[in-house]
Design a protein around this ligand. Structure first.
Ligand code: UT7
Length: 329
């Protein structure tokens, strides 16, 4: 009997209208287009504007589009998982809010927090529910409003991030398509290299935490860079090796979009040419949990049934991971 796998049977994405260009950032901080482009590959990013607009609003757009596209009624969905580092509220979960917005009722929904690796963590968890046969339709969404935790006076972080959301539908497949393997890893050694210090239980919001700018992302870029290059490349090579994949067998590398140079190093280690690497960092910057589903959405028309995809991510924590997918649509 063929193994029951979780196949991605639909993908949709959403980015807000407002575009923050490198030229505009040049007017806000001491930076320039040449530095941002050569060091990161980013040209512009989308920013969610508007009072009371949170991560859930973008995620709900992505999920609504996904349901329409896959001809799925809200009451057919068995589970919704949202990966995010920028939830609308401390509680209830953003997944809760999304289900309400799109009319999905009385099913399980929860958030996953694994920073930039969140989507791969959520995808891996969603896969388990399909593989066991418990559920038939699982929505996995990655969404972040990074602009809500970015200090737009700090040039080392404000040029990097953007806002967006992407969602996939997982359904059972017994024809060999879908998620074949996944690796998720973490190491707390990274906790002080990339984090938001205040706003949680250790340092609840206070005048002092605000004065100290602890509600913004802090990143020691060069340290994160070194870990990212090593771990994203290692985990991608590992998943290829244990599934007997050579560079030429991989149709697409789908990497987290944090820095074009990290992506190039990963592709090089995998023996995959840059023509087979999904890249949209120039348009969106780093949208944290949304980068990978937004890549799948942007490149959807170039994907073929049976294509081998290697998804790879690295982020705060540190967290990292890789997923091997045989494209099903
Ligand atoms: O997605 C989650 C995981 N995150 C990542 O994977 C990000 C990993 N890190 C990186 O991508 C890179 O470290 C950055 C893009 C963040 C920074 O690039 P870098 O090549 O590591 O630069 P750097 O931090 O070593 O800074 C080099 C110089 C410094 O000036 P001095 O000390 O050499 O005079 C910085 O102050 O560039 C300066 N600099 C800037 N200059 C213009 C830093 N940010 C900027 C800026 N514009 N925006």
């Amino acid at each position: 009997m063929t193994k029951l796998r979780a196949a991605i049977t639909g993908v949709h994405g959403y980015v807000p209208d407002y575009i923050l260009t490198n030229a505009e950032l040049e007017k806000m901080v001491d930076t320039n287009d040449e530095w941002i482009t050569s060091r990161t590959g980013i040209k512009e990013r989308h920013i969610l504007k508007g009072e009371g607009q949170g991560t859930s609003h973008m995620a709900a757009e992505a999920v609504r589009g996904l349901l329409a596209k896959t001809n799925t009624q809200p009451d057919e969905v068995d589970l919704l998982i949202c990966a995010t580092t920028t939830p609308d509220f401390v509680f209830p979960s953003t997944a809760n809010l999304i289900t309400d917005m799109v009319g999905i009722r009385s099913v399980g929904s929860f958030d996953i927090q694994a920073a930039c690796s969140g989507f791969l963590y959520a995808l891996t968890i969603g896969t388990q529910f399909i593989e066991t046969g418990k559920y038939r339709k699982v929505v996995v969404v990655g969404a972040d409003k990074m602009s809500s935790i970015i200090d737009y006076t700090d040039r080392t972080t404000c040029v990097l991030f953007g806002d967006g959301a992407g969602a996939v539908l997982l359904e059972p497949n017994e024809e060999g398509y879908g998620i074949h393997d996944s690796i998720i890893r973490s190491d707390g050694v990274g906790q002080h290299h990339l984090f938001q210090k205040a706003g949680g239980s250790r340092y609840p919001p206070s005048h002092e935490t605000i004065d100290k700018r602890w509600h913004y992302v802090y990143q020691d870029g060069p340290s994160v860079f070194k870990f990212a290059v090593k771990n994203m490349a290692d985990v991608s090579a590992e998943i290829m090796e244990r599934n007997g994949l050579k560079g030429e067998d991989v149709a697409w590398l789908v990497p987290h979009q944090a820095n074009k140079r990290i992506i190039e190093a990963t592709a090089n280690r995998m023996g995959v040419g840059m023509d087979k690497v999904m890249l949209n960092i120039h348009k969106y910057g780093n949208t944290t949990a949304a980068t990978i589903p937004l890549c799948l959405f942007d490149y959807e028309s170039q994907l073929h049934k049976g294509d081998n995809l290697v998804l790879a991510a690295f982020g705060g924590g540190f967290t990292w991971g890789s997923v091997y997918v045989k494209w099903a649509i």
